[in-house]
Design a protein around this ligand. Structure first.
Ligand SMILES: [Zn+2]
Length: 282
């Protein structure tokens, strides 16, 4: 059956360049996930910017989001050289920068990940899970969280996990079970991409994530001895103990999420939020 397409009139959210792009109709015909995030790489619409388009099930554009990470453009010759190798650049080529940020978030915070794959997708489940393990700190490796689905039609898949991250190998994102901004993931990816040595890139990611795990370990050592503690007190204690610059509220939330998803919801719930408490008495 020939695939039918829907034409979207897409406008670059940064400089307003406009271009029509064709998206498979099947992407919209699914009703399960509501809106779909479509990554638009450099040159697809705009020669300078890449971004995400939010499209609803009727095929109407609901919004845009910028992607700040700009990838160095790779010459076609260099591209054939690196095909088949597993490195950050190839992964980004397949999943898009935004897809990679989400995949890293899913891996760090232990969300089940489902990827709808087409025939030309070259990695298998084991390899993807191994790459995922490579960026995790010791003690958190070895959980299989990435599943490949031999299906390209989103309306045909059945995923029971409500907290699953779901995307395909064509840079369409169907479900992200979190609402947090991916600032941490963006920072560590930016830093990794600045290094030329491709093996070192994944190592650097692992180091940055290990640092988060260190903060988590220290937080847990405090939480074990108390019934509850306010976020701002806890972040003061962690920052002082590890002699790092004061942890932001955003970063504190990452620590809390890490504990909740990787260690124990009960321990995470000991971290109290003054605003939340204030709201709950209203
Ligand atoms: Zn632009």
């Amino acid at each position: 059956m020939a695939e039918t397409f829907k034409t979207l009139e897409v406008v670059c959210p940064i400089c307003s360049v406009m271009k029509n792009i064709n998206i498979p109709e099947a992407i919209f015909s699914q009703k399960k996930f509501g809106s779909v995030k479509i990554q638009v790489p450099i040159n697809a619409v705009c020669p300078e910017h890449q971004f995400i388009v939010f499209v609803d099930t009727k095929g109407k554009i609901r919004g845009y989001e910028k992607i700040d990470i700009q990838m160095l453009t790779v010459s076609p010759q260099a591209e054939t050289e690196v095909t088949g190798k597993i490195n950050l650049r190839n992964l980004i080529k397949t999943f898009g920068v935004y897809g990679i940020l989400n995949l890293i978030h899913a891996k760090i915070f232990n969300y089940p990940t489902y990827i709808l794959k087409d025939d030309i997708f070259e990695y298998n489940e084991d390899i993807l899970n191994r790459i995922g393990d490579n960026i995790l700190p010791e003690g958190y490796k070895g959980h299989k969280t990435i599943y490949l689905l031999e299906e390209t039609a989103i309306d045909k898949i059945k995923v029971k996990d409500k907290d699953a991250f779901i995307m395909d190998t064509h840079q369409h994102i169907f479900q992200t079970p979190w609402i947090t901004k991916l600032k941490f993931e963006e920072e560590i990816i930016k830093r990794a991409l600045e290094i030329i040595d491709e093996e070192e890139q994944l190592k650097l990611l692992q180091q940055d994530i290990a640092f988060l795990a260190r903060e988590v370990s220290y937080a847990i050592s405090i939480l074990q001895d108390v019934d509850g503690i306010y976020e701002d007190e806890l972040l003061d204690k962690i920052s002082k103990a590890l002699s790092i610059k004061k942890i932001s509220a955003y970063h504190m939330n990452l620590i809390k999420l890490f504990i909740s998803r990787n260690i124990s919801k009960k321990i995470a719930s000991k971290i109290k939020n003054r605003v939340g408490e204030f709201l709950s008495v209203l």
